[in-house]
Write a protein of this length. Structure first.
Length: 122
């Protein structure tokens, strides 16, 4: 390789021109591995809280169920956004994915309400 070729590839203007199609398509740079480790720690903490909540006897069943559903939704959102890289996808894919999740959660809530898990829904 010649010195001129090395200079051309190391030139930041050349690198920006090479990355321009990706930047124009709205593609974001992926986070550092430390961000993924941080998300994994958050997921571990939420999972520990879920397990701990299961052993609390002083709460009503509907409180435990509602809290577990909320924690499950938070964990699902974090996994889908970070580990499935949904945050780097086009907005239409995010809308379809989270719209489907919302419909599934609504159907599950109706089922739980109809089965008598939530005593305040008759």
């Amino acid at each position: 390789m010649t010195d001129q070729a090395v200079t051309e590839t190391a030139d930041p203007a050349h690198a920006e021109a090479t990355d321009a199609p990706h930047a124009a398509a709205g593609e974001a740079h992926h986070p550092r591995p430390s961000a993924y480790v941080g998300i994994a720690i958050i997921l571990a903490i939420v999972t520990a809280l879920e397990v701990g909540l299961y052993y609390v006897d002083d709460l009503d069943d509907w409180v435990v169920t509602t809290t577990l559903i909320v924690m499950m939704a938070v964990k699902f959102f974090l996994v889908a956004t970070w580990f499935m890289h949904l945050r780097f996808e086009a907005p239409v894919f995010r809308t379809l994915f989270y719209g489907g999740l919302t419909l599934a959660m609504a159907a599950y809530a109706v089922f739980l309400g109809a089965s008598g898990v939530f005593p305040f829904i008759d």
